[in-house]
Ligand binder design. Structure first.
Ligand SMILES: Nc1ncnc2c1ncn2[C@@H]1O[C@H](COP(=O)(O)OP(=O)(O)OP(=O)(O)O)[C@@H](O)[C@H]1O
Length: 305
């Protein structure tokens, strides 16, 4: 059953249309990704879900609540991790958690949360002494301290190194596994592909696709490449005869096959049939970035923060 329903949501800032006629629903207990390039309207969408912005038209419902009109009730079921969480420099980790816990009637056990998020040994550390990864973990802890049913995490790994990013992904999975529905805003393809159960791809304020990461990629009939070194002489005709194969090239001893459909399976089956062993076999398949290009006609720039 959907716990969040967004119907025909539109929001503009002056003449700038940030979100236009957006509709989607989020199921209980899933990690629902909102993926799109900078300025696509992701933050505006989640701010409307969190009751921080009033939609110009359309409606949002979170566990049956209208986030704008029932903000006080929503506060008890939705935790939001903001894109840039700043705290007073000298506020200690334990003080921040205790303070935020005091805002709720039935908060989570903030000490347990601090331990779960690997911050126990930082309890007495001031905010300005924390690393980027520790600040992110604290901001996740603060989003969870009200024991919410829904957690909104906005660009939580931007600025983190790859190791800290992976640790954070594990944390988000733990949050989901504890029964919390997670809305994850990201402009990182890898993050979306790795973490999200379903994804809303948005571009220029509009929803352009909604599916599982695998479903989005499967819909793209993008060209794939298979490279290998054959154990014995291989006649190109063995491969060019396959309907999946578009071209066969030789680069020294390496054979490079491009094509579509289930190319890897087609090529490896043909090789087995001819008793040829493929050494050093590598396949490059379509990913979410190919799906984005197919959906919008342009490349997704992930570099800007
Ligand atoms: N307060 C505001 N006033 C005017 N324009 C705004 C305001 N907030 C956002 N915008 C504009 O609305 C559009 C959508 O912004 P939004 O922050 O929702 O996108 P986003 O996908 O979250 O982008 P980012 O990843 O850069 O945060 C952008 O063009 C942005 O410049």
């Amino acid at each position: 059953m959907p716990v969040i329903a967004v119907s025909n949501l539109s929001k503009r800032y002056g003449r700038k249309v940030a979100v236009e006629d957006m509709s989607f629903s989020v199921e209980e207990g899933e990690i629902f990704g909102i993926l799109g390039p900078n300025g696509a309207g992701k933050t505006t969408t989640v701010e409307c879900i969190a009751g921080l912005r009033t939609p110009d038209s359309g409606s949002v419902s979170v566990h049956g609540l209208d986030p704008h009109r029932e903000a006080a009730e929503l506060h008890h079921i939705l935790g939001m991790q903001l894109q840039k969480s700043e705290m007073p420099d000298k506020l200690r980790v334990s003080e921040a958690l205790k303070l935020y816990a005091s805002f709720y009637e039935n908060p989570a056990d903030w000490r347990a949360l601090m331990t779960e998020l690997g911050l126990a040994d930082k309890a007495d550390s001031a905010f300005d002494t924390l690393s980027g990864g520790q600040k992110q973990r604290l901001s996740i802890a603060l989003a969870l301290v009200g024991a919410p049913k829904v957690a909104v995490l906005d660009e939580l790994t931007t600025g983190l190194d790859p190791a800290a990013r992976r640790d954070t992904w594990e944390l988000v999975e733990q949050v989901r596994d504890s029964g919390v529905t997670v809305i994850l805003v990201t402009h990182f393809m890898e993050e979306a592909e790795r973490l999200c159960d379903r994804l809303a791809v948005i571009d220029d304020g509009k929803l352009v696709a909604l599916d599982t990461p695998a479903g989005l990629v499967a819909d793209v009939d993008a060209e794939q490449t298979v490279r290998f070194q054959p154990s014995t002489e291989l006649d190109d005709a063995v491969l060019t005869a396959l309907p999946e194969v578009a071209s066969v090239e030789r680069r020294g001893r390496q054979v490079v096959v491009t094509g579509t459909g289930n190319l890897v399976h087609a090529v490896t089956s043909a090789l087995v049939h001819h008793r040829i062993v493929a050494a050093d076999l590598r396949a490059e398949q379509a990913g979410l970035d190919d799906a984005f290009i197919a959906l919008t006609g342009r490349r997704f720039d992930q570099s800007a923060d």
